[in-house]
Design a protein around this ligand. Sequence first.
Ligand code: SF4
Ligand code: SF4
Ligand code: FES
Length: 272
Amino acid sequence: MVAPDAASAPASRSQRVLKVAVKRQADPAAPPRWERFEVPVEPGANLISVLQAIASRPTTTDGTSTTPIAYDSGCLEEVCGSCTMLVNGKVRQACSCLVDQFIDAGEAITIEPMSKFPVVRDLCVDRARLFAGLQRVKAWVPLDGTYHLGPGPKESPDDQEVRYALSTCMSCGCCLEACPQYNVEPDSAAWDHEFVGAAVISQARLFNMHGTGKVLKADRLEALSGRGGVNDCGNAQNCVQVCPKEIPLTESIAAAGRQSTVHAVKKFFSGR
Ligand code: SF4
Ligand code: SF4
Ligand code: FES
C-alpha cells in the first residue's frame, strides 16, 4: 500500500487546511503567474513545511498538475537568511514563519519572491548585488594565515556589545527589500554606483570597529563617501523596522555618515 502524500491526505482533527497563493516564474525572463493550493498543515508548521507539502503533491486547487515550487533554505532557524520572501506582502524568513501564529484559520496566505533582486526561479532570487556591496566596502578582516599571529587585539566590553549585535547580520536582504532607496538593478556593471543599502553600511561599521579590521577603515570610508554610499540614504528608517535580527541599522548609518564626513575633510586637507 502506498502512503498518501502530505498534501493529498485528508486533514486530521489537529490539522487545518491552508489556502496558499504563490507567485511563480519559470526562469528570469518568464512572466510571473499565480498558482493557488490548499495544503493540510500540522499545528506548529512553518512555511517551509507548507512548501515541502506542496512539493510532495504539486497540484493546484483546481486540480491542475504543476511543478514543485523552487525556494532557497538552509539552516531552518533564521540564521542563514536564504529563505527570505514576501509573505502577505511583508518581507521575512519562511522558516520562522509559523502558520498558526501568522494567520487566522480560513484566511489565505500569499507568498512572493523579494522584489528588489532578480528572480532566478519561483521564490529563489539572486542576492549577488548584496554580496558585491560587501566586497565594495571590504567587509572582512585582512589576515595572513600562513604563520601564528599570537593573540588578537584586545576589545573593550562596550565595543564588544555593539559589534556582537552587528555581527548577527545574515545578509537576508530584508532591509534592502524595505528600503525606498534600494531598487532592482540587474546590470552588475551599475552596482558600483548604486546605493549599497543598510546591511552593507552596518557591516562596514562592524569591521571598522575591529582591532585588526580597522586597517582597511580608510578604504571602507572611501567607498561609503562616494556615489551609492551612505549619503544616498534617505533616512526613511524602514530598514531598522524589518531587520529580523533587530540590528540598530539607523545607528550604523549615522555612525558611518559621521566617519565618512571626517574622512572627506581629512582627504580634502591632505590632498590624498
Ligand atoms: S534609513 Fe536609509 S537604508 Fe534604511 S530604509 Fe531608509 S533610506 Fe534605506
Ligand atoms: S541588516 Fe538585518 S535585515 Fe539587513 S541583511 Fe542583515 S539581518 Fe537582514
Ligand atoms: S532557512 Fe536559514 S534563515 Fe530560513
